[in-house]
Design a protein around this ligand. Structure first.
Ligand code: TNX
Length: 466
């Protein structure tokens, strides 16, 4: 083991000579797009007159996308890349500093991501988790070079973002959560601020309105969306598959246009997720027609749609992505969609559903996909996951944290750590630079960093035994 970086960089070479110590006299030199974030992250002042002796220098370079190079020698640290690459290089520098006792060793790193989309989904519906918690989640994601925060914003139990054209959604359907827990929602200001906070850290926020199923909260707030015109009661259980939107009703298309438009306006990124999972009340033809309408409305709102795996059966617009999750169902429709040119995000539950229990008698979490130990999260190759699918169709890997059983911030982080760091390496690091034997001790070295940063985490699972 050279240095316990997670995710492992593509290329790392330690060099002879003294390393670099970041002190309060170290000055930062950085271009505008990243200077303020870097100064705050490193706790350094900007070198206004350019005469500091020891510098951390961020320089715009020709590296594509999120690629960066980082060199450390005795009198300076230089990171080079685009603004996105500099942000990733900063995450590496922070780890090097936090892991070092004393000087950061002299070295050169050349690094670039394996997959372009490296995500985490958080369900803020079953239990509401608000902006302060989500900012801590974003910080953790940035530390491990993840770049997509997917917020599951609507479900049977609640509607969690303010829709300007349909304020009754949060008005009537946001105060409750699973088992009588307190609800809540993100105001337009909350979501906008979160999107900006994430963007500074190189993270895109993708909002999800789950449909046609998982829609009881909307059906409760808007009676005309129901076949009998009668709004169902608030739902606080954890069953799935019983609610649905009905495209044939006169109110439905206008409703979908409004809420998709509102979410599109609040999330400036290119994608919008329209769900599509676990609809147990529709025939295939009705389901297909619904997904085709919902994805067309998404395109009309200026976004590219993402759907859960079930949606792969529909005729999806160009550029749409399918997110595989259900490891108990036949992936054939997703394989077929990939062969038609649809990109696939891999969220296989048995590897990256971080709401699964670590082991059988673990107090938190579910177990429908089995238990998910750290090694289960780590030991798989996304490009080998779907036989028959060309590796170029795999656009990314996304961990998911459903919150039926996760009521507190402590619950969230305890499920995320250490497994999120494992998924981050799966998504970032080339297959050739990673294996469990070298990963386990690197991961163990991060436990004190989480402790120092006050992140609750599961400790005893960080062992080579998994
Ligand atoms: C399946 S994953 C669901 C969610 C549950 C989750 C629990 C997916 C697209 N649907 O509604 O919360 O399992 O693990």
């Amino acid at each position: 083991m050279s240095l316990p970086l997670v995710p492992a960089p593509t290329h790392l070479e330690t060099r002879p000579g003294n390393g670099f110590v970041i002190t309060e006299n170290t000055a930062l030199v950085a271009p505008p797009g990243v200077a303020r974030y870097a100064a705050r992250l490193l706790g350094l002042g900007l070198d206004a007159d350019g005469d500091a002796a020891d510098t951390v220098e961020l320089a715009l370079g020709a590296q594509p996308g999120e690629a960066y190079t980082l060199t450390v020698d005795a009198d300076r640290v230089v990171i080079e890349g685009s603004v996105a690459g500099l942000v990733r290089g900063l995450a590496t520098l922070v780890q090097l500093r936090n892991l070092a006792d004393g000087a950061i060793p002299a070295l050169r790193i050349e690094d670039a991501p394996r997959f372009t989309r490296r995500g985490l989904m958080i369900d803020v519906v079953r239990h509401f988790h608000g902006p302060a918690t989500l900012r801590r989640v974003i910080d953790l994601m940035a530390a491990y070079k993840l770049n997509v925060l997917h917020l599951h914003l609507t479900d049977d139990q609640g509607w969690r973002f303010h829709s300007a054209s349909r304020p009754e959604l949060t008005g009537l359907s946001s105060d409750t959560a699973v088992d009588g827990a307190e609800g809540g929602h993100l105001s337009a200001e909350d979501l906008t601020a979160l999107v900006e906070y994430a963007a500074q850290r190189g993270i895109e926020v993708v909002g999800e309105i789950d449909m046609p199923g998982h829609s009881n909260a909307a059906l409760h707030a808007v009676p005309e969306l129901n076949r009998d015109g009668v709004a169902p009661e608030v739902y606080t259980g954890t069953e799935v598959g019983f609610s649905q939107f009905t495209l044939a009703l006169p109110a439905t298309a206008g409703f979908l246009t409004d809420v998709i438009g509102d979410l599109a306006a609040l999330t400036p990124g290119p994608y919008l997720h329209v769900g599509g999972d676990e609809v147990h009340t529709m025939e295939r033809a009705e389901y297909d027609e619904f997904i085709e309408a919902a994805t067309a409305l998404t395109v009309a709102a200026g976004k590219t749609p993402i759907v859960w795996g079930e949606g792969a059966v529909a005729d999806l617009p160009a550029g749409a992505l399918v997110q595989l999750w259900d490891t108990n169902s036949d992936p054939a429709p997703i394989v077929a969609a990939a062969q038609r040119g649809i990109g696939v995000i891999l969220s296989p539950a048995k590897h990256v559903y971080l709401d699964m229990k670590y082991h059988d008698d673990y107090p938190l979490g579910l177990a429908w996909a089995g238990t998910v130990g750290v090694r289960d999260s780590y030991d798989w190759d996304p490009e080998q996951y779907l036989p028959g699918v060309d590796p170029s169709a795999i656009v990314g890997v996304e961990a998911a944290l459903w919150t039926e059983t996760l009521a507190t911030e402590e619950d969230l982080f305890t499920m995320l750590l250490p497994r999120l760091a494992a998924v981050a390496e799966v998504a970032w690091s080339a297959q050739v630079v990673r294996d469990w034997e070298t990963f386990a001790p690197r991961l163990a070295a991060h436990e004190p960093l989480w402790a120092a940063a006050g992140y609750p985490h599961e400790a005893q699972t960080v062992s080579p035994a998994g």
